[in-house]
Design a protein around this ligand. Sequence first.
Ligand SMILES: Nc1ncnc2c1ncn2[C@@H]1O[C@H](COP(=O)(O)OP(=O)(O)OP(=O)(O)O)[C@@H](O)[C@H]1O
Ligand SMILES: [Mg+2]
Length: 266
Amino acid sequence: MSEEATNEVIIKLEGLSKRFGYGDAASYALKNFNLEVKRGEFIMIMGPSGCGKTTLLNIIGLLDTPTSGSYLLNNEPASRISPRLQARLRAKKIGFIFQNFNLIPNLPIIENVALPLVYSGYHKTRRLIRASETLDRFSLKEKEYYYPYQLSGGQQQRAAIARALVNKPEIILADEPTGNLDSRSSSLVMEELKQIHNEGNTIIMVTHNPALTSYATRVINMLDGAIDTDIKTVKDSDLPVPVEKKTPKKFFKKRKNNSKKKKGKK
Ligand SMILES: Nc1ncnc2c1ncn2[C@@H]1O[C@H](COP(=O)(O)OP(=O)(O)OP(=O)(O)O)[C@@H](O)[C@H]1O
Ligand SMILES: [Mg+2]
């Protein structure tokens, strides 16, 4: 069989280093780090505390910059993406699940979850409906008008995950998303991630739980800021392919019809 039918590389890190501090106090969170990620991969990253996992996700998610080396996002050097476009990419294409949940305390959770949709162009009612549906998938619908402080830690975490996934981002960066969850909530979250992955989206997830690696297509173990082992459990040619986005097509058809009508009238 030919090998050409594989998804494209969307993330490429080459000789990447991240140093914190200077002089005698300098230490490297990432050292000469190399990684290529193809669309549709579900990567789990494991490794001891302090080995650089969060630093890596922050750099991939454009929240931090490397000290040296190169990072290509969709073949574009990340350093050359304007701050404005970076903000848009973070809002529309990248979903973050942070180690601490970062919910906004003075907004009810439905509005927290609706936040990433502000850039979607949808009207507020539509955004709240979508947020409510997403919360329902995480068994939080009955709490949607609670404030974060009125939720348990695990519920807050599920709300934060709902927020990261509400606009179906193409790249999901998840830092121990199931860390504080009981097994039922944990499988809820993993099944949701699995579904999003099956639709052709890319997931990079940090976990300390080896049992979850069954969801992954690739498992990377890090040690002292570098890759220790890197094992693909699914062939590149078997990675899911993105489902076609419906909106632009419909939009196109509608416009075509309209222009025909107009022509006919003339
Ligand atoms: N802002 C910072 N200033 C200085 N050092 C930092 C900073 N952020 C991270 N580090 C250091 O970089 C190293 C890697 O940190 P990082 O948070 O990436 O680890 P991690 O693998 O995510 O660990 P954990 O599993 O505990 O979350 C650590 O030694 C940490 O002390
Ligand atoms: Mg971390």
